[in-house]
Write a protein that binds this ligand. Sequence first.
Ligand SMILES: C[S@@+](CC[C@H](N)C(=O)[O-])C[C@H]1O[C@@H](n2cnc3c(N)ncnc32)[C@H](O)[C@@H]1O
Length: 223
Amino acid sequence: MNTALWDVYARCYDAVARLRPYEKMVLEIAREVPERPGRVLDAGCGTGNLTRALAAKHPREIVAADLSAAMLRRSQRKNPGATYVRADLDGDLAEVSGVFDVIVCGHVLYALADPARTLATLKSRLAPGGRLVLTTPRAGARMGPIVREHGILALWRFILPLLVVGVINARILRTSSYHFLTRDELSGLLGAAEIRPTYSGQSWLAVYSTGPELDLTNGSRLS
Ligand SMILES: C[S@@+](CC[C@H](N)C(=O)[O-])C[C@H]1O[C@@H](n2cnc3c(N)ncnc32)[C@H](O)[C@@H]1O
């Protein structure tokens, strides 16, 4: 998808954020993030809902990156304390410096040119003992179960922006270059990771952790 479409998506994306399954997913992601982490990165921050959940963990520093300037502006309004970077996750992330104790990447992987390459880049940016928490829509994901879990009657107040989201998602689904992964495919890309369903069973939540910090003087693990 080109940047212009993400910029349009930014105007209506927060209709999704009002869906109960999305709220539950944000809480599930937050539960995977330790209290008071050091540096955290929200990779593909969108309108900043995960950035806000990260901020509530009181990290030393939050960096929020996205390709879409419109998404970044919205996130910045919600989370003025974060550092914002316009960055393309299809690249080598040169726009973002350093390593992170926690990286979250919510519903971005499916839209990237080469998920394996981006995952390798994100993993290379984890500090020793760091953690990557990601969500991504699964193969065959549908809106129906999400809407039903929210409650169809409870939708009426924000039905218009949701319809726009539906149109954009339909466009995504018609484009073959998006990556909706099975659990095995995601597991193959991530390596040793805990993977479970989230978002009314329509997405995967994966947690990948690097090992504890290595003591390079004698090769043993630091506790
Ligand atoms: C479906 S939204 C998810 C936003 C947010 N992470 C969340 O969970 O609510 C996908 C986000 O990925 C961003 N994105 C798509 N392709 C990207 C790329 N190549 N590099 C960086 N961000 C990208 C979009 O601009 C958009 O903000």
